[in-house]
Design a protein around this ligand. Structure first.
Ligand SMILES: Cc1cc2nc3c(=O)[nH]c(=O)nc-3n(C[C@H](O)[C@H](O)[C@H](O)COP(=O)(O)OP(=O)(O)OC[C@H]3O[C@@H](n4cnc5c(N)ncnc54)[C@H](O)[C@@H]3O)c2cc1C
Length: 558
């Protein structure tokens, strides 16, 4: 019997592996996902589903499921800085409940609060809904090798102990920070392996809100005279709370009595609660030197490990697999060139490094409160000190809470599969996002006359947008795509305000929603353009693109 070769073997069924399986299935590509656990979440880590991830959920038809998750949508999302829950409030950044916040004008979606124990099942159901996706829990990757045309893996069924061979064209390690896939591929991590030894504790206390006067808030950051030391997060908006002792670079194992005392110190009084789980973990600042070796790829925490300050980890990982999925799909279907797979690391590794650095910056800012011996003094001097600490901390922390630039403003500068147009990049500011249809950027959102978002036009195929024109005018590119079997649709957009946003007469958007090329006219060699964007020809450098723009401008004035 001929051996079955799986198109893609995914290792790890955390949010990133599940998103990859779901997106491949959505594209009609078969894959097998192996996950060593049974899928239960022992302690939810992520809970912020970023705005870009929500845009992907929109594409996948998952928005309603996320919005219906049990996190209460009216629960105020304030971040409060205080000496204890019954003590002094130093400052507060107010945010409404998730369901009460309107999406910003730059997106059809808003970010959501959906903890991992609620979000993973949504992704799991999505992945499992595709006939071509096989999810195998309690199955561990033991080892694998690769040669020029396949990957051969050994997996163990953790219930029976039986080992089996899985052969695949590609392997993607979504197997977390201690990734065996990464190790086997020989990919090094660069950066700082220990920022802090932190201890997370989930405790149950249904009446916590009645013990203090600070009202509902998402996150509480506790500042003592020695500085910032712990946080409490409303993890399910009901009865469960995540307490974190931030810790430092020295490892410390806490006894149950120490943990209980620390929780009471943060709350500021004695009270009854139940500890549900304790998770000591190491906060790291690492990014892989490359995301690919041959037929092996890494994504998510396997590729970047960052401080949770900012809530970027999973969101960055989902961005990785949205970038990778259509490229693998193109190789499997047959229209992708070899540079397409190289472009994955070229595009995503700089985004990983950027987000890792921003997350560490957030941590440093949170811990930068100097010692204030009189912070708790009930005196005019103590009050003045608290006012100053609170004001400065509130200002400093804003950068962590307002991160539209991180989520929407990443760009694939110098990508081997984008055709630069020589225009200047807007600043890459974590806080602000400047919509632009410059090649390499996320194609911007605008509402179409029929009520859809421009983003609803992108996904399964390349989309060629024509502003104030029709498909006949785009014949050279559409023909070239057909000739190379690259799936492409044409969308005519009449609205002048969207034309002004996109700035060129024609804009070619990739299946992941990033701009590959734009111009006011058809390219002189449309086949070359298609070969560049499918990874089969070298992209022009920016300098030559600049020359093209200059020629275009000169000819426009003739
Ligand atoms: C306290 C905290 C709060 C956070 N909050 C946020 C947030 O709000 N937003 C955000 O975006 N991120 C957040 N993060 C980060 C986020 O949790 C991670 O980035 C995310 O879980 C990574 O997902 P992943 O699928 O890449 O890896 P993981 O979630 O680690 O999943 C990897 C999976 O691979 C499996 N696996 C490992 N080895 C094997 C093997 N050999 N065979 C088979 N299976 C294997 C594991 O069992 C695991 O299920 C937070 C992190 C922490 C610690």
């Amino acid at each position: 019997m001929q051996e079955r070769i799986e198109p893609v073997l995914i290792v790890g069924g955390g949010p990133v592996g599940l998103a990859l399986a779901g997106d491949l299935g959505w594209r009609g590509i078969s894959c097998v996902l192996i996950e060593q656990s049974d899928g239960s979440i022992y302690q939810p880590r992520m809970d912020l589903v970023g705005i870009r991830t929500m845009e992907f959920c929109r594409r996948w038809g998952l928005v309603a499921a996320v919005e219906a998750s049990p996190y209460p949508r009216g629960y105020a999302q304030d971040n409060v800085y205080l000496t204890s829950l019954v003590g002094y409030e130093l400052g507060r950044e107010r945010f409404p409940g998730i369901g009460q916040a309107a999406p910003p004008p730059q997106s059809p979606q808003r970010r959501e609060r959906c903890p991992q124990n609620m979000f993973d099942p949504i992704l799991r159901e999505f992945a499992a809904s595709h006939n071509d996706v096989v999810l195998r829990y309690r199955t561990r990757l033991v080892s694998f090798t690769q040669d020029s045309d396949r990957v051969t893996a050994t997996a163990e069924n953790l219930d029976s102990g039986a080992q089996e061979r899985i052969t695949a064209r590609y392997i993607v390690g979504c197997d977390g920070a201690r990734s065996l896939t990464r190790e086997t591929l020989g990919i090094r991590m660069l950066g700082n392996p220990v920022l802090t030894y932190t201890t997370n504790v989930i405790f149950r206390c249904p009446h916590l809100l009645s013990l203090h006067d600070k009202g509902k808030a998402y996150r509480h950051i506790f500042i003592s005279p020695q500085g910032t030391w712990s946080t409490i997060v409303a993890i399910n908006g009901r009865d469960q709370w995540r307490f974190s002792i931030i810790g430092g670079s020295e490892q410390h194992e806490y006894t149950t009595a120490e943990i209980e005392a620390a929780i009471r110190r943060a709350v500021g009084r004695d009270f009854g609660f139940e500890i549900l789980s304790v998770l000591p973990w190491v906060r790291r600042e690492l990014v892989a030197e490359s995301y690919r070796n041959g037929r092996g790829f890494i994504a998510g925490d396997a590729a970047h490990v960052m401080s949770p300050t900012g809530g970027f980890g999973m969101n960055t990982g989902i961005g990785d697999v949205v970038d990778l999925s259509w490229k693998l799909s193109a190789m499997i279907v047959g229209w992708g060139g070899e540079a397409l797979l190289d472009s994955y690391s070229a595009e995503r590794q700089p985004v990983g490094a950027r987000n890792v650095a921003e997350a560490s910056g957030n941590l440093r800012r949170m811990l930068a409160v100097p010692r204030h011996a009189g912070l708790l003094d009930d005196t005019p001097q103590g009050a003045a000190m608290r006012e100053k600490v609170g004001r400065e901390f509130t200002e400093t922390m804003r950068r962590e809470w307002h991160t539209l630039g991180i989520h929407l403003g990443y760009r694939y500068e110098g990508s081997p599969i984008c055709w630069p147009d020589g225009s200047a990049a807007p600043p890459d500011d974590p806080r602000t996002y400047v919509p632009t249809a410059r090649p390499g950027h996320r194609a911007p959102h605008a509402w179409l006359a029929d009520g859809r978002s421009t983003l609803d036009l992108f996904g399964r195929a390349f989309t060629l947008l024509g502003f104030g024109t029709d498909a006949a005018a785009a014949t050279p590119i559409l023909d070239a795509a057909r000739q190379r079997k690259v799936p492409m649709t044409f969308a005519a957009i009449a609205e002048p305000r969207i034309a002004a946003l996109y700035e060129r007469g024609f804009v070619l958007v990739r299946p992941d929603g990033h701009v590959a090329w734009r111009d006011d006219r058809m390219p002189p060699d449309a086949l070359r353009l298609i070969d560049v964007v499918r990874g089969a020809a070298e992209a022009p450098t920016c300098a030559s693109a600049k020359a093209t723009v200059q020629v275009r401008n000169i000819s426009a004035t003739l």
